[in-house]
Design a protein around this ligand. Structure first.
Ligand SMILES: *Cc1c(COP(=O)(O)O)cnc(C)c1O
Length: 447
């Protein structure tokens, strides 16, 4: 139970002789004493290494095809100025999808040409901000946006670099993927019925728009590289069809994010090197079949960079045995956060693991349910887990894999202030997003 599966924990995590969890050389008890609980603890070196691994794996895989790959970190997984700088330092670009994310990117000094802007319902303000800052690409999500962005560019006397988000019919996530011809979801323009082809021709008809290429994003937490291969085929076929219809061969294809990770010991994730090789092979093969040159490729991982770099450090409070109908006892272990800092269990049925972080225990394991402090019986952090039977108030519980869609999806439910994000690196720690206070919450309430 005290084993730390390296597929699940940040790379600098270890246990001392007394069983205390340490990360980046810093003891979990010291982190708790200095910053309080709950807190997210991010291993900066781990985060940077995953970012670099994406860039290097994809560059290496596509080098034989003679094309470059741009890796855009999907900021929605977790974004703050420190993270924006880390990904820039590591040679990645940044995807944003709101005025807020764009503001963080700008504050961090990310060059405009390295920023992408997404969104199925961009506001006029967001389009204006993107154009005024000179972002490298705006990903158009509907035919309606073609005229809006073209008009905004015309007003400024500039050409807006755009891509079109395509719904390919391939949807993936979890352990399966499905390919459907007809689309019933809000993103993008469907390949079906030549809708995408018509929209692309609409873009080419507007001189204020520079069509960089076509974009897709098929889902998240994808474990099966076949979903990416199927998607690449459809995208490259669309690119060829556009070239046949208009003579314009767009230079770039974005294959989106969605690379799966391991949340619990024994889960496999999607090894990045393997995925990069398989996707490059698929792209090479399809381009050869179609007789088209290989495009520049971009990808947009979020979860697979941020997720495994971080754990949540909770304080254990009430520990309550509950006798079930069949006579067995389930120990309810309440922590000082819950669905407000990790909504994934209640939203998606997501499953996590945990260890006691402040000591080693030789007590026999008991069946536990780790729950939060919110006024919902569904406020569960971990539905079923075996933890040492002597788990007690005052213990620290570390839950790994919470770097993506944790802080970025956190809420103030029950007016619980959001925890801080603490970055550790080489025996030092620092707050990169501070803890929200009750005063912050009251400041919003203007009576
Ligand atoms: C969410 C999203 C991503 C990142 O997805 P991950 O599963 O975190 O890798 C990339 N691109 C777009 C357009 C997205 O919406």
């Amino acid at each position: 139970m005290t084993d730390l599966d390296s597929a699940v924990w940040p790379m600098s995590v270890s246990r001392s002789a007394e069983g205390v969890l340490a990360i980046g050389g810093t003891d979990a008890r010291a982190l708790s004493a200095e910053y309080g609980t709950p807190q997210w603890v991010v291993d900066e070196a781990d985060f940077r290494a995953r970012a670099t691994a994406f860039r290097e794996s994809f560059e290496a895989a596509f080098a034989p095809l003679g094309v470059a790959v741009d890796v855009y970190y999907a900021g929605k997984a977790f974004l703050c100025t420190a993270v924006a700088r880390w990904v820039s330092d590591e040679g990645l670009r940044l995807d944003t999808c709101s005025a807020g994310e764009l503001a963080v990117a700008i504050r961090a000094g990310v060059p405009g040409v390295h920023i992408g802007v997404h969104g199925n319902n961009k506001s006029d303000g967001e389009i204006a901000c993107a154009l005024d800052y000179g972002v490298g690409r705006i990903v158009l999500d509907s035919t309606a946006e073609i005229a809006r962005v073209a008009d905004a560019a015309a007003e400024r006397g500039i050409r807006a670099p755009v891509m079109l988000r395509i719904t390919t019919g391939v949807h993936a996530g979890g352990h399966e993927f499905v390919a459907t011809a007809h689309e019933d979801q809000k993103f993008g323009v469907s390949i079906a019925g030549d809708q995408a082809l018509a929209a692309l021709q609409g873009i080419l008809a507007r001189p204020e728009l520079e069509l960089l290429g076509i974009h897709c994003h098929i889902g998240s937490q994808i474990q099966d590289v076949a979903a990416f291969e199927a998607t690449a085929r459809r995208m490259l076929e669309l690119r060829a069809a556009l070239a046949a219809a208009t003579g314009v061969l767009v230079p770039e294809v974005d294959l989106g994010g969605g690379y799966g990770i391991s949340y619990r010991p024994g889960e496999r994730g999607l090894p990045i090197g393997v995925a990069a090789q398989a996707i490059a092979e698929a792209v090479g093969t399809v381009c050869q079949e179609l007789g088209t040159p290989v495009p520049r490729i971009s990808i947009e991982p979020g979860r697979a960079i941020a997720g495994p770099s971080t754990f949540t450090l909770y304080g254990v409070g009430v520990v309550k045995p509950v006798t079930l109908e069949d006579g067995t006892v389930r120990m309810y272990v309440s922590v000082d956060g819950g669905m407000s800092d990790n909504p994934r269990p209640i939203m998606y049925g997501a499953e996590y693991t945990a260890v006691i972080a402040n000591r080693v225990s030789r007590a026999a394991p008991v069946l536990c349910r780790v729950v939060g402090k919110h006024c919902e019986s569904g406020d569960i952090v971990i539905r079923d887990i075996e933890l040492p039977g002597d788990i007690a108030p005052g213990d620290l519980l570390a839950v790994p894999g919470t770097g993506a869609y944790g802080r970025s999806m956190a809420s103030n439910y029950n007016l619980v202030p959001r925890p801080p994000v603490v970055a550790v690196r080489e025996n030092t720690s620092r707050v990169i997003v501070r803890r929200e206070t009750v005063a912050d919450l009251l400041a919003l309430d203007v009576g």
